[in-house]
Design a protein around this ligand. Structure first.
Ligand SMILES: Cc1ncc(COP(=O)(O)O)c(C=O)c1O
Length: 381
């Protein structure tokens, strides 16, 4: 693998996906095919596209390379990636899970995998003692997001990986909020990293996809088996779109981060803001931990509005950001977690975590920050 480049942007362009080996084409061909003719009795590498497809292969190699892993996997959604990974465990196993996770993942644990008798204890992932106390004889893994959704709480990756190693647990990191341009958990000893590639990796609001990478041959083998057995794979067309989207990951993130820093500072000075959460602010709890594992602070801002601001002010009057259930796109997106991304959580759990009606999540896109600030000012006035 060519990983000795000066800059990650070079790897994004000239990693395993840079040229089609057959033609020299600068874009990977879309092998829109379900099955492959066999010339002899011996099955070749390509047999049936659920098991392997040449376009998806290029994407999976590229993901492995970007995450510094030995094998990558592409799934039909982030949830498909999480579901397939959870099937590494058996009924009766126990997982320690951050309570501050994406609402859909919470729903998967509490309404789907509970039927598979996968036991779960939700913990404050920023509290090392709480994590340690939750570990039981049947605990097999710890599942968390480094930058949590929506409050951007910072999980101490290195400490959690150490706890996992000491207790023989699998560490599973959903790093959707911190793409590999900034942070590569496998480099710090995590076992499995996954992303909703629908978000920053693809970046263009036109694909639903999930990816994962691992560093351990045994985990790679088991996950490859499950990926084929379950069959929630990414199609060739979407694999190609994701390959194309990722070429500009670096420049998108640099610009989005710069804008997020400016907008967070400006928002924090607005009289209608009650509280602001942005992992790029020096005052953000856990900032020191984050700086040690990530070369960038992230592009998401979460804020709580004062009583004087109605939901309609923001959701109906803003003209530039989409009001939508997603993040990480070239377009800015405003989400109301209580009714959108975290609607999969029961109200009492949501409220207990502070995800009230007054909380908004803002994913900063590529619009000029001054235009976004003007738009906010106009919607509030
Ligand atoms: C942190 C996180 N993980 C996983 C998912 C699920 O991904 P997908 O929507 O691609 O299935 C999401 C979706 O919003 C997310 O924000």
């Amino acid at each position: 693998m060519k990983q000795d480049y000066h800059d990650f942007n070079t790897l994004l362009l000239h990693g395993s996906s840079d040229r089609d080996p057959l033609t020299g084409g600068l874009s990977t061909p879309i092998y829109q095919v379900s099955t492959f003719h066999r010339d002899s009795d011996k099955p070749s590498k390509y047999d049936y596209s659920r098991s392997a497809n040449p376009t998806r292969d290029v994407l999976e190699d590229h993901i492995a390379q970007l995450e510094m892993g030995i094998q990558g996997f592409a799934f039909s959604s982030g949830m498909a990636a999480i579901s397939t990974i959870l099937l590494l465990f058996s009924p009766g196993d126990h997982l320690v899970v951050s309570k501050d996770i994406y609402g859909g993942a919470y729903r998967l644990f509490t309404q789907v995998f509970n039927q598979w008798q996968l036991e779960v204890d939700f913990v404050d992932i920023t509290n090392t003692e709480e994590i340690k106390t939750a570990i039981k004889d049947n605990t097999k893994g710890i599942y968390f997001e480094i930058l949590s959704n929506p409050f951007l709480r910072v999980a101490d990756l290195k400490t959690i990986v150490d706890i996992c190693k000491q207790n023989n647990l699998v560490s599973i990191v959903d790093n959707t909020f911190l793409p590999p341009y900034y942070c590569r958990p496998l480099e710090f000893g995590a076992d499995i990293v996954l992303h909703s590639a629908t978000k920053f990796l693809n970046g263009h609001s036109d694909v639903i996809a999930g990816v994962s990478a691992v560093n351990c041959p045994n985990l790679a083998k088991r996950l490859a088996f499950l990926q084929n057995a379950i069959g929630a794979v990414l199609g060739p067309q979407d694999s190609w779109l994701l390959l194309r989207g990722m070429k500009t990951l670096g420049i998108r993130l640099e610009r989005q981060t710069k804008s997020a820093e400016e907008i967070a500072k400006w928002l924090s000075e607005q009289p209608w803001i009650k509280k602001l959460y942005y992992s790029g602010l020096a005052s953000h709890p856990g900032k020191e931990i984050l700086d040690n594992i990530s070369s960038g602070p992230g592009m998401i801002i979460t804020f709580e509005v004062k009583d004087s601001v109605t939901k309609e002010n923001l959701m109906k009057k803003l003209s530039l950001p989409a009001v939508a259930v997603s993040l990480g796109a070239v377009e800015s997106i405003l989400t109301h977690p209580a009714t959108m991304s975290h609607a999969g959580m029961p109200e009492e759990v949501r409220e207990a975590q502070g995800i009230t009606d007054r909380i908004f999540r803002f994913s900063v896109g590529l619009e000029h920050p001054l235009d976004l600030m003007n738009d906010f000012s106009n919607s509030i006035s």
